[in-house]
Design a protein around this ligand. Structure first.
Ligand SMILES: [Zn+2]
Length: 306
């Protein structure tokens, strides 16, 4: 089943001609989930051919403008396109008041329901569960209350091996029982163990989105074993001091986070616009964690079975 990340914006604070403000679309089984929504996100969504109407869930990490100022235009666009189903927005507290304030003052009548879900920035919380995915918010460390997000594929039930269905003439209820982990008791009294009867599904995949944040070793315990980690690398090592005073990380710290979590792949992004190119930032990260790539606007990264 398809599980991947489309980078919509990889800059921080200021957009540049190459990099938009923070936003990503996570797609699982053709269903898009929007993560952060900097100004310009709706244009990036259009460029990528993603349908606005398929987006039902938006996760906002924190209330710095570069992570959510795109919401006003996008909510308005969804309205003009005739949306009539609810939109769920998950964020730290304060967003509902801001959005309602803007639309009230400008007398913009939004015709669909927006359900605001306030998430804790003090403790981890399971904030959404679908048939396929579980989403957990995790407190990070920044100059404003902020959450990271962990997206975990749910373990799916195994398939019963076809030849056994025929061999033992299994009924639907037999198959349901076996898929749930039970052994099969034959009328002769013989027991066929569950592990013989099923083909297990692969290990569930996971993706963590960590921005904006300082490097604090303890915050990575909860995502130990994550497959793919997106971590901000706003600054190069030469600006380490600045990273710390502004509540951000350097590329080497992002790479240390990948080591802490045993991630299989690290994606770095949220680059400061002070650097004309970002190759040196990628190289710094790779010195610590080899399997690092840099987020590039428009790129799609598949979360594979590692
Ligand atoms: Zn921020």
């Amino acid at each position: 089943m398809e599980f991947g990340i489309r980078i919509l914006g990889s800059s921080s604070a200021l957009p540049t001609l190459k990099r938009n403000l923070p936003s990503q679309v996570l797609t699982f089984n053709k269903k898009p989930f929007l993560i952060d929504c900097g100004e310009g996100t709706q244009l990036q969504i259009r460029r990528q051919g993603i349908s606005f109407n398929k987006i039902d869930h938006i996760f906002i990490s924190h209330l710095h403008g570069d992570h959510f100022f795109g919401l006003f235009g996008m909510i308005s666009t969804m309205n003009l396109l005739g949306r009539n189903k609810p939109l769920h927005i998950f964020s730290p507290s304060g967003l509902e008041e801001i959005i309602k304030g803007v639309f009230n003052k400008t007398r913009t009548d939004i015709q669909y329901n927006i359900n605001y879900h306030t998430i804790s920035t003090k403790e981890a919380d399971d904030i959404l569960e679908t048939k396929w995915l579980k989403v957990t918010s995790l407190p990070l460390n920044h100059s404003k209350p902020v959450c990271g997000f962990l997206f975990q594929e749910k373990q799916q039930q195994p398939n019963v091996i076809k030849e056994y269905i025929e061999k033992y003439n299994l009924s639907i209820s037999d198959i349901v029982n076996i898929k749930s982990g039970n052994d099969l008791l034959l009328s002769s009294g013989k027991i066929i163990t569950n592990s013989e009867l099923v083909k297990p599904k692969p290990k569930p995949r996971s993706y963590a989105y960590f921005t904006d944040t300082k490097f604090v070793a303890e915050q990575y315990f909860s995502i130990k074993g994550v497959d793919v980690l997106y971590h901000e690398a706003t600054f190069a090592e030469e600006d380490k001091q600045l990273a710390h005073t502004t509540g951000h990380s350097t590329a080497m710290e992002a790479a240390s986070a990948a080591l802490e979590t045993d991630a299989k792949l690290l994606i770095i992004g949220h680059f400061s616009s002070r650097y004309k190119t970002h190759n040196h930032i990628l190289e710094e990260a790779k010195k610590v964690f080899k399997n690092t790539i840099s987020a590039e606007d428009g790129n799609y990264i598949e979360i594979t079975h590692y």
